[in-house]
Design a protein around this ligand. Structure first.
Ligand SMILES: Nc1ncnc2c1ncn2[C@@H]1O[C@H](COP(=O)(O)OP(=O)(O)OP(=O)(O)O)[C@@H](O)[C@H]1O
Length: 294
């Protein structure tokens, strides 16, 4: 069951957040993603992969979960996305009034309102064109005109939100640069207008190049240009991927104005400027609120 035993009168529902710069300010009336006592034990085992995970993230904020490999971060995202059912616990959106008390009952967050971008999302591209990739899950039957208009408007919204409008819809997704593949993967989720966007290692696989290395790197390219022309193209692709890391961070900063985002990442330094709330996942799926100290 996705939601179990939710009590809106519980004092635990009063918001308490911290960020890099101290307590997180939220406007008097606000809503939060509330994850309460989420437990997950994979079927047929006696081992809890998530142990009473509880977190609150105000809407249109960026939350970050970090921690050691194998601690349960991806498992948490999979459960929030509805890919597997929790053993117990609840995932809701709670609205708060200006006095800070919960307004109405919490709203269960259904999986169809959650988007997830997996690690290395380009590996899961299925279509031969950008348009087919973005519309892959859409109804195949003839939709009525209002549905068609809605889908077209969602498509426009997604493409403009991720800055893909300059790309031809006929382009093969696999021929895009690393950064544009990430944009496309985000657009695939944004067309659904999710209430919550989950990102698993959003910068993974995009080449990391330190500024100090740029000069020797460019010198290397020039040298190779003299030796072998086609190697140049390969190296220029890496340069564009390096820029892509910064571009993806910039894009996420833009997206969080409109979206509630929860990311799992090891790239704490690069994402730190975006982070409003953060948690460390300890081995055994134990989540603890912790400020980033960089
Ligand atoms: N379907 C499954 N059945 C049993 N155990 C699983 C299953 N999926 C993951 N695990 C185990 O659950 C634990 C948490 O895995 P998870 O992938 O969530 O960790 P993680 O923190 O995301 O790691 P990483 O940073 O390496 O991605 C690991 O010990 C893993 O081996």
């Amino acid at each position: 069951m996705r939601a179990a035993s939710v009590s809106s009168s519980s004092p635990d529902y009063l918001p308490r957040f911290c960020s890099r710069s101290g307590p997180l300010r939220v406007s008097s009336e606000h809503s939060c993603l509330e994850v309460k006592k989420l437990r997950y034990r994979s079927p047929g085992t006696q081992l809890d992969l998530l142990s009473d995970v509880t977190l609150s993230l105000p809407v249109k904020r960026f939350g970050l979960v970090f921690g050691r490999s194998g601690s349960g971060k991806t498992t948490l995202l999979q459960i929030l996305a509805g890919l597997c059912a929790p053993t117990s616990g609840s995932i809701c959106i709670q609205h708060y009034g200006s006095d800070g008390s919960p307004k109405l009952s919490p709203e269960i967050l259904l999986p169809e309102r959650v988007g997830i971008v997996f690690q290395f999302p380009e590996r899961y591209f299925l279509a031969d064109t950008v348009l087919e990739e973005v519309t892959f899950g859409w109804p195949r039957q003839k939709a009525d005109s209002s549905t068609r208009e809605q889908l077209a408007s969602n498509l426009q919204y997604a493409f403009s939100a991720v800055g893909l409008h300059a790309i031809s819809l006929e382009e093969n997704p696999h021929s895009l640069s690393g950064g544009f593949k990430r944009r496309l993967a985000l657009a695939v989720q944004l067309v659904q207008k999710p209430a919550l966007l989950l990102l698993d290692e959003p910068l993974a696989g995009l080449a990391l190049l330190h500024e100090k290395l740029v000069f020797p790197f460019c010198f290397g390219i020039a040298l190779e240009f003299v030796q072998r022309r086609q190697v140049l193209e390969l190296n220029l692709l890496h340069v564009s991927d390096w820029k892509a890391r910064a571009d993806v961070v910039k894009l996420l900063k833009h997206l969080k104005k409109e979206l509630t985002i929860l990311a799992v990442s090891h790239d704490l330094k690069e994402l730190s400027a975006l982070v409003d709330a953060s948690w460390r996942m300890e081995m055994g799926g134990i989540l603890k609120e912790e400020r980033l100290t960089l």
